[in-house]
Design a protein around this ligand. Structure first.
Ligand SMILES: Cc1cc2nc3c(=O)[nH]c(=O)nc-3n(C[C@H](O)[C@H](O)[C@H](O)COP(=O)(O)OP(=O)(O)OC[C@H]3O[C@@H](n4cnc5c(N)ncnc54)[C@H](O)[C@@H]3O)c2cc1C
Length: 411
């Protein structure tokens, strides 16, 4: 598959997107969907799915072609991710942590204004990380969350990196680290340890899983997204060589300021779950769910109206999703930024709403654990909780930014 994709010309971007979506759809339908119930039941990581992704060159999905990857841009990534989420939410959500590591340090960083020396450093750093992803088959995680205001983008990260000879000494704790125990590298957001620390001092450093002083702790038995295995990471005097920085000093903060859509990449997984809930409803009402008696329920007018309402909600969500990922760019206009918050909110809330409607419409037998709908419902509940853009924080930002221009006050 990757050979075929690499041969295509840049002008064939749409065809490449379609080919990637089809390839992931095939993997999802044939491999990920049949395994999803097991990972959910065991709350275990989908290692076999990652073997498939690796075999198909997809660990390099967002690695630029000049570094040996498939060169997916932001929009392409989001569309592919939504397709993956349709078949296994936990695989898509964890894959987001890996793929965004390449997206942020690849095409998104290329859009930032950087000095010559920063450009040279970025090139050197990412050459190493991209090679690991494409040739070494390495998996990268993205632990941000600390249980403080930092992951919401309102305070510096409490995990500190002190500069020492040849590298960094890192101390701190990260909660909800998806891919814990499965990743080869943890792309850790931390603050440079110096007086008067600010969010500008954020560092983005890949901590090798085998580092001394790094431990994975805590239980993992959540409501949904159980296959993400998002346990706690404790970093105690972890030495990490300079080469593990994913971005030069200061670049992460600039990326967060000028490429805000970078935080939208969690949403496509939930777009996929919304689609899956709708797909299931249609199959179920037609009596076509595999392994189920061929009982048709589609002839009842209430079912038809409910399905029509689900279809409308799905299309509204999809339209905003597609528009938003297509207009994503560096330094977006105010309207584009507001659309982005609105899209995140809409996708996360509607995914759960569509799953709720699906259960109500299909009825009692549809929510048995032998069918995927109850898992979709539980997984979809997690979307609105994902920082930095929880549903609440999207409302918060939208409420303020629709009514105030930058710097405006009522004093
Ligand atoms: C399945 C799953 C996988 C995850 N994977 C990862 C991962 O790989 N990496 C990672 O870094 N994180 C991950 N997270 C964590 C996630 O992004 C959030 O950080 C986490 O859900 C926050 O939980 P909390 O209870 O600590 O939130 P709290 O910080 O207690 O916040 C509770 C709520 O209050 C609101 N809130 C928080 N801060 C503010 C503020 N400053 N102002 C106003 N309102 C605020 C928000 O709406 C938030 O939902 C994952 C979460 C889930 C559920």
């Amino acid at each position: 598959m990757d050979l075929e994709l690499r041969k295509s010309l840049p002008s064939e971007r749409k065809a490449r997107q379609t080919a990637l979506i089809a390839a992931v759809g095939k993997l999802g339908r044939e491999k990920f969907a049949p395994r999803a119930a097991k990972y959910d039941r065991e709350a275990s990581f989908p290692f076999e799915n990652y073997d498939d992704l690796r075999d198909h060159g997809l660990l390099g999905l967002c690695v630029p072609e000049k570094f040996g990857g498939l060169g997916a841009d932001f929009e392409t990534y989001c569309l592919v991710s939504a397709e993956m989420g349709r078949w296994c939410g936990a695989t898509a959500l964890t894959f987001n942590m890996h793929a965004s590591s390449a997206l942020w340090t690849g095409p998104l960083s290329d859009d930032l204004q950087v000095s010559d020396s920063e450009r040279a450093e970025l090139e050197q750093r990412r050459t190493l990380h991209f090679r690991r992803m494409t040739q070494g088959g390495a998996i990268y995680a993205q632990p941000f969350s600390e249980g403080s205001a930092a992951a919401a983008g309102k305070a510096p990260f409490g995990t500190l990196a002190a500069k020492v000879e040849g590298g960094w000494l890192i101390n701190g704790k990260k909660i909800f680290a998806s891919l814990s125990g499965a990743a080869d590298y943890y792309g850790t957001l931390c603050t440079e340890d110096k007086p008067e620390r600010s969010m500008r001092d954020t560092l983005y450093i890949a901590v090798p899983a085998k580092s001394q002083g790094l431990t994975v702790t805590g239980e993992w038995d959540p409501l949904g997204m159980r296959g993400t295995v998002s346990r706690t990471l404790v970093l105690k005097d972890v030495f990490v060589p300079d080469q593990e920085q994913l971005m030069p000093r200061g670049l992460y903060f600039r990326a967060a300021m000028s490429w805000p859509h970078m935080f939208l990449t969690l949403a496509p997984t939930y777009m996929g779950i919304a689609q899956a809930a709708y797909d299931f409803t249609v199959q179920y009402l037609r009596g076509e769910v595999e392994g189920q008696p061929p009982v048709k329920r589609r002839m009842y007018p209430t079912k038809q109206i409910a399905t029509a309402e689900m279809y409308i909600k799905l299309q509204q969500t999809r339209a905003l999703f597609e528009r938003t990922v297509a207009e994503a760019k560096v330094n977006p206009s105010k309207a584009e930024r507001l659309n982005c918050y609105a899209a995140q909110y809409t996708i996360m809330e509607n995914a759960n709403e569509l799953c709720r409607l699906a259960i109500r419409t299909c009825g009692g037998q549809s929510m048995l654990k032998s069918l995927p709908l109850e898992r979709l419902y539980r997984d979809s509940r997690c979307g609105a909780l994902m920082l930095p853009w929880t549903a609440e924080l999207c409302l918060d930002r939208l409420g303020r930014e629709t009514l105030y221009e930058n710097g405006e006050t009522d004093d």
